[in-house]
Design a protein around this ligand. Sequence first.
Ligand code: ZN
Ligand code: ZN
Length: 363
Amino acid sequence: MSVLSQTRLTQVREVMAATGADALVVTHLPNIFYLSGFSGSNAILLVLGDVIHLFTDGRYTIQAHEEAPLARVHIVRTPLAEACGEFVRSRSSRKRMHVAFEAASLNVDAWARLKKAARRGIAWKPTTELIEGIREVKSAEELDVMRSSARLASEVIAEASDFVRPGVAELEVAAEIDYRLRHKGASGPSFETIVASGPRSALPHARPTEKRLQKNELVVLDLGAILRHYCSDLTRTVFLGRAPARIRRWYKAVEQAQEAAHDALRAGVTAGSVDRAARRVLNQHGLGPYFVHGTGHGLGIEIHERPRVGRSQKQEIRAGNVVTLEPGIYVEGVGGIRIEDEVAVHARGTEVLTTAPHGLLEL
Ligand code: ZN
Ligand code: ZN
């Protein structure tokens, strides 16, 4: 699975050809993992000809050979950018070489070292989201892993009644979630677990605090697992006690918004149209102003990937995309409600990867 497939290399060479690059310097670690299978924290990858060169340091000698058997591994003592630059220099001929690099992840120091070591005669080409554009379409193997990752996170949220109750601190709930994720085989949470209770649930990206959960308040639980390097992401909203009519009404509206987004989601539509489908429903309920973020995002090796499912996104949804659909409303002083699921887009139809039940949890 993590081994670089010939298809991936072919795809990379295609996008390189399209940008006129003879070589590509990859510095974004998730892209390095995607192309080589190497998951260490210090690496630069160089795609040159039919070969993938992986530059890393002595701590990773064994791991690099194990994880990236198809890459040519260079264990170096100098800064990686310098080693990579020197290697480029050793391979450049009289012809001017065009070398692409990832503008969003090459820092200024590494960039200076790379240029200096490669010396003259190189035409550098900044690129953005070259590999990300390939990653957004998942293979059957990747989908299998993502299914398992989503199922794992769903199992933990299905156990919420075991540990979400009045008197328990948000931080304790978050710790319990993280423990259960790992216990079920995750290598960790895919982002900092969100447990937001009462008025704090109106903060879409609240960090858990020492605040204790209380009776008659909303609790938003947003969590995900990393399983075999792939992220999952789902949200459920709990009410501690019997929810009043207004909360039920709001919950229904968010649920309907998510259904509308799901109905709109299919290969060939724009990401923006999916977002607008959810937004329309919340507007109809007069809740539009409380929906303060995009409807969803792609995910995979990273928790946020292409395509972004936001209002003005013109990007086309393609078979192989996996996106979250997570409309929510956030009412200051009262609380928030969000429902988030992961959906895979197939050539025909869609598949919901998260398996946890949908309704408002009243505990
Ligand atoms: Zn989430
Ligand atoms: Zn999300």
